[in-house]
Ligand binder design. Sequence first.
Ligand SMILES: *[C@@H]1O[C@H](CO)[C@@H](O)[C@H](O)[C@H]1NC(C)=O
Ligand SMILES: *[C@@H]1O[C@H](CO)[C@@H](O)[C@H](O)[C@H]1NC(C)=O
Ligand SMILES: *[C@@H]1O[C@H](CO)[C@@H](O)[C@H](O)[C@H]1NC(C)=O
Ligand SMILES: *[C@@H]1O[C@H](CO)[C@@H](O)[C@H](O)[C@H]1NC(C)=O
Length: 432
Amino acid sequence: MDLLTKTLFLCLALALANGAPAPGADEEADAHVAVPDRCEGIEFDAITPDEKGTTFFFKGCHVWKGFHGPAQLSNEVFKELSGINHSHVDAAFRMHNTENTDVHDHIFFFQGDKVFSYYNHTLEDGYPKQIQEQFPGIPSHLDAAVECPRGECTADSVLFFKGHDVHVYDISTKQVKTKNWPHLPVCTSVLRWLEHYYCFHGHNFTRFNPVSGVVNGTYPKDARNYFMKCPNFGHGSHSMVPKCSDIKIDAITTDDAGKTYLFRGPMYMRLDTHRDGLHPFQITRTWKELTNGVDAVFSFMDKIYMIKDEQVYIYKTAAHYTLIEGYPKTLKEELGIEGHVDAAFVCPGEQTVHIIQGKQMRTVDLSASPRAVTADMPLPIADIDGGLCGPEGVTIFKGSQFYQYESVMILAMGKIFIIPQDVTPAMLGCRE
Ligand SMILES: *[C@@H]1O[C@H](CO)[C@@H](O)[C@H](O)[C@H]1NC(C)=O
Ligand SMILES: *[C@@H]1O[C@H](CO)[C@@H](O)[C@H](O)[C@H]1NC(C)=O
Ligand SMILES: *[C@@H]1O[C@H](CO)[C@@H](O)[C@H](O)[C@H]1NC(C)=O
Ligand SMILES: *[C@@H]1O[C@H](CO)[C@@H](O)[C@H](O)[C@H]1NC(C)=O
């Protein structure tokens, strides 16, 4: 039996085994044997996040929910899907269209010439439709699909993959531009994850640029090391996730766009993208000059200031971070201070940065030139790792604990005794 027939047969058996009336014991046994193990190396049919940020991996009539755990039948999760003709999903993506909230965050599945739209795991009225009806100019029997929001693509778009052709569908104008990327493997599924684009082929994946198709870095990589939890696999990122009781951060910052970054050793992690899960990356992946980690980081206007030893690196925040010409500069030159910096933060709407060095907090006016210290105050606590300032006040991190102050003044006065609290997985992405 070839693989396709075998898969169809198993799906049918499973579909029967799953419903009443009960089939013979043989099919039951088959049903248990047939559940695939993604740690054996699976070529997925489709991968997509849902509106809550859970990533679903499809293969035949099975689906895996999230990055770990066993497979289940896809029609248990998306009822109408694999029920139809027991066929597999060709492609899937989560719509990103902030201009049209009726479709934003809806999941679209493709099977043959049909498209299905789900929200809240419920098939929407009027579906399935012909692909041509919903996405004019897009072929049937797709290999993969992925959303590409404006900023990452020139407009809110969907990339449809078939062979080496990529059909770029502009959601608002419905214009299709077809590109050919022969250098990229044929993708059986494509996932946008944490603003990066991954083409899955075999049990491997290749990261590519969604506009140019350019592949940078060493690919393919084995998906089992990154996108699923398998025994004997993993590039160490799981072991990089520390226990909350052991954590000690180097720096933390939130920029004007609401992106929160935590820095620890050679790694950083986005904390605001819970919807895609938490995942540590090498700092050099995003800020390539920072090969030795950071001591303190703060965000001001559209820039991120990163301090390591006596150097200040200023990066412009756009789709990518670019080091501003002439940097790094010394702390003295840039901020009018010297010595090791433990933490730094800017409060929303303010033009000053609060720099913590040992038991002192120095305030520097960022609108003045040259910059100089405008206030120097002793602090009630020392050995601070990082600080954040937001609408609720100042949060100071020290080891596995944090202190919450209502304002910078209350922190500096040191008259009110603040009880430290333990950091939580939700705050810093650490393990219980
Ligand atoms: C399922 O099969 C029937 C009969 O072959 C066909 O008419 C229908 O279009 C198929 N459905 C899908 C979603 O492919
Ligand atoms: C989502 O679906 C569940 C049942 O499947 C239902 O109870 C719930 O009200 C739905 N939520 C929304 C926001 O439609
Ligand atoms: C996966 O990638 C490795 C190189 O990293 C390559 O040797 C292997 O042939 C690839 N396997 C598949 C199934 O694509
Ligand atoms: C690929 O990497 C090089 C060197 O790091 C960089 O200059 C280039 O901009 C990157 N290209 C893309 C498309 O990311």
